[in-house]
Design a protein around this ligand. Structure first.
Ligand SMILES: NC(=O)c1ccc[n+]([C@@H]2O[C@H](COP(=O)([O-])OP(=O)(O)OC[C@H]3O[C@@H](n4cnc5c(N)ncnc54)[C@H](O)[C@@H]3O)[C@@H](O)[C@H]2O)c1
Length: 267
């Protein structure tokens, strides 16, 4: 094994990825498995997670799928226990599961607030708590939490979503300080527009079909925000997560990592 494979490889490591049935979480699970990790894929969509796990196994990797609702603490604990039970420990925890929220803050109802905070904030917190409990005794681990470019901008109708992602960022940085002495690193991924089901909602008709004109308009509006003139794909986020999961990033903790095409550079 050469120096690069040693620094970036995940051979013998155990990882849990939430939101792994789709989009960024799926790509992250696939890349971590290709780097040698054994991966537990958690998602509300159990069939989708199993499909991704089966594809990883078919490609020669090691993967298991488990249904989880990250807003339920006991389910997140069970997800992490699946990894430690099957493979003896936990090295990498990727809290990717998240949901969008649209609408002005002036009209935000309490039920909607609780629903989105439940998944995006409590889900991430529960994932961090279960992971640190599993990692502490081993004296090492890497936690990657997913925020958003929404933490850098005040966009009308994104207030609730943005505040949940700001909370994810703050909890990650405080946790990084708290668990650093135990050898556990905590970092934040703040993706810019990345093409997934999450972004597809902007161009769907009420019957679920894609409105091509709206889709094209959305893509070109998002491209124009990047000095590079591009929008991201899930693999752009997954490569960064691989770096943060691996020993190559051993000196990095409590940081916000922005794969966003430069869209949030103040200019
Ligand atoms: N796509 C983007 O442009 C973008 C940008 C910034 C941040 N993000 C963040 O990236 C993360 C992944 O988003 P994506 O674009 O891949 O979306 P996606 O909709 O493709 O995937 C999200 C996955 O999370 C799962 N999920 C939803 N609620 C869950 C719950 N309660 N418990 C377990 N699983 C649940 C869904 O079933 C789905 O498989 C989210 O946290 C999102 O906020 C996405």
């Amino acid at each position: 094994m050469n120096e690069i494979q040693q620094a970036f490889g995940l051979g013998g490591r155990v990882a849990v990825v939430t939101g792994a049935a789709s989009g960024i979480g799926r790509s992250v699970a696939e890349v971590l498995a290709r780097a040698g990790a054994r991966v537990v894929l958690g998602d509300l969509d159990a069939a989708g997670a199993e499909e991704v796990a089966a594809a990883i196994r078919a490609a020669g990797g090691e993967a298991l799928a488990q249904r989880v609702d990250v807003s339920q603490r006991s389910e997140v604990e069970t997800l992490v226990e699946r990894a430690t039970g099957e493979w003896g420990g936990l090295d990498v925890m990727c809290n990717v599961a998240g949901i969008p929220a649209d609408g002005p803050l002036a009209e935000l109802g309490e039920d909607e607030f609780d629903r989105v905070v439940g998944v995006n904030v409590k889900g991430t917190l529960f994932g961090c708590q279960a992971a640190t409990a599993a990692m502490a005794s081993r004296g090492r681990g890497s936690i990657i939490n997913v925020a958003s470019a929404a933490i850098d901008l005040a966009v009308p109708n994104y207030g609730l979503y943005a505040l949940t992602k700001a909370a994810v960022t703050q909890l990650s940085q405080t946790l990084a300080v708290e668990v650093g002495p135990q050898g556990i690193r905590v970092n934040v991924l703040a993706p810019g527009i990345t093409l997934t089901n999450f972004t597809a909602r902007h161009s769907k008709n009420p019957d679920g079909s894609v409105d091509q004109e709206r889709y094209d308009g959305f893509i070109s509006a998002m491209q124009s925000r990047s000095p590079l003139g591009i929008v991201g794909e899930t693999i752009d986020q997954a490569w960064l997560v691989l770096y943060l999961a691996s020993d190559a990033s051993r000196y990095c903790t409590g940081q916000i990592w922005r794969a966003n095409g430069g869209a949030t550079i103040p200019h």
